[in-house]
Design a protein around this ligand. Structure first.
Ligand SMILES: Cc1cc2nc3c(=O)[nH]c(=O)nc-3n(C[C@H](O)[C@H](O)[C@H](O)COP(=O)(O)O)c2cc1C
Length: 363
């Protein structure tokens, strides 16, 4: 099996990556996901120009805790020299375990200036950026790509080969084009094709929502690792569930409401402690509050209250108040304490084919 370019503690045979996500994969969420079994994490994408300019806001995206390692810093930009300079600065100042280059971001503002997936319109530019970054840092350089800019240029294998030839030591594929944005289904068969074509490790990404999806992705693609983004929103335990599925173990159900809220509050407290402005931290945390409370009884009313909270104490009070008013509705896999995920009430068995089945509780 092709080795990863950085050591991963425990050497899992299919490491789980928390995806780079602007506004989401910040240090508090990365640490939380690590505690639930994410093996590798990445920062959100950071502008190479911002790094070189020494922008304070940009620097705040780069901070991480030693406990988060192995961690990759993801950078984006369209100018090879600036990208190289940014990689050198990141290496010197922050010393992450690897530098990842974003060739996937579909956002107009970034693409217009040829950054992110904009680069996929010009594979010479992809080549030039990777080479410049690789020359500028002794750290392993990795690339995150989409399948193409649009349907006409869709060719993940050609893009992956350019990355490999230019010096990328690992490639992650989100098999949609920029034009697809997030519509339709990720074409996992393109991950399989890339795995067959490249010598470097290929990480599969796209539409892993349940533990069983991680196992299915590995089986259908042979990917070296699995990267998860949206499935972890309000559900960092998805990493734990994915690990169980990959190991052929019963997949634990999600935690019950009380535990879910405890996790949410722990996450919020870390976010407030991390951000210099606590009010801003709580404002920015509202999206997580929405995710943690999705799909629970009376969630609309609860969210209306949560979207108005201004400090951590209010978050606690609203969630406690909800639990008091909904005693006995703790739908989920067991409720009390952090050990809940190890002793779930709801277990799923999955033998790798068809739908998972619910197993006898406690087995
Ligand atoms: C809110 C959000 C922010 C994202 N920001 C980034 C980013 O900064 N860099 C990047 O490479 N991809 C980014 N992505 C894309 C994800 O990393 C991932 O490729 C995509 O969501 C597909 O994986 P999923 O189906 O597990 O969500 C972002 C996705 C979301 C939902």
């Amino acid at each position: 099996m092709n080795a990863l370019p950085f050591p991963v503690p425990g050497e899992p045979d299919t490491p789980l990556f928390l995806a780079p996500q602007a506004g989401v994969s910040e240090s508090p969420f990365r640490r939380l996901c690590r505690s639930f079994g994410a093996d590798v994490v990445l920062t959100e994408f950071v502008s190479a120009e911002g790094i070189v300019r020494g922008s304070g806001r940009t620097a705040s995206y780069l901070r991480f805790d030693e406990a988060e390692r192995p961690i990759g810093v993801q950078i984006f930009g369209a100018d090879p020299a600036t990208m190289g300079e940014a990689a050198a600065l990141v290496t010197e100042t922050y010393a992450p375990d690897f530098v990842d280059i974003n060739f996937g971001c579909p956002v107009k503002k970034v693409v217009k200036r040829n950054g992110g997936s904009g680069c996929l319109r010009d594979l010479k530019l992809v080549d030039g950026i990777i080479r410049a970054v690789d020359r500028a840092t002794p750290l392993p350089v990795t690339a995150k790509i989409r399948s193409g800019f649009d349907e006409a240029t869709r060719d993940p294998v050609a893009i992956g080969r350019v990355c490999q030839d230019a010096g990328a030591r690992l490639v992650t594929l989100h098999p949609r084009t920029r034009a697809d944005m997030y519509s339709g289904q990720a074409r996992w068969e393109e991950i399989a094709a890339l795995v067959r074509a490249l010598e470097i490790p290929v990480i599969g990404n796209g539409d892993v929502r349940f533990g069983q999806d991680a196992r299915a992705m590995r089986e259908r693609t042979g990917c070296r690792g699995i990267m998860i983004a949206r499935g972890s929103h309000g559900a960092p335990w998805l990493f734990h569930q994915s690990r169980a599925a990959l190991d052929g173990e019963p997949v634990p159900g999600g935690p019950g409401l009380r535990t879910r809220f405890e996790i949410c509050i722990r996450h919020a407290a870390n976010a407030v402690a991390f951000e210099p402005d606590p009010e801003k931290a709580v404002r920015e945390f509202r999206k997580h509050l929405g995710w943690y409370t999705k799909g629970i009884p009376d969630s609309r009313r609860l969210r209306q209250r949560l979207f108005r909270v201004r400090d951590l104490q209010e978050v606690r009070e609203v969630l406690e108040g909800y639990l008091d008013g909904h005693a006995g509705q703790d739908g989920g896999g067991g409720t009390r304490g952090p050990g809940v995920l190890r002793t779930p009430r709801t277990l799923y068995r999955y033998d790798g084919a068809g739908e998972p089945t619910v197993a006898t509780p406690g087995r």
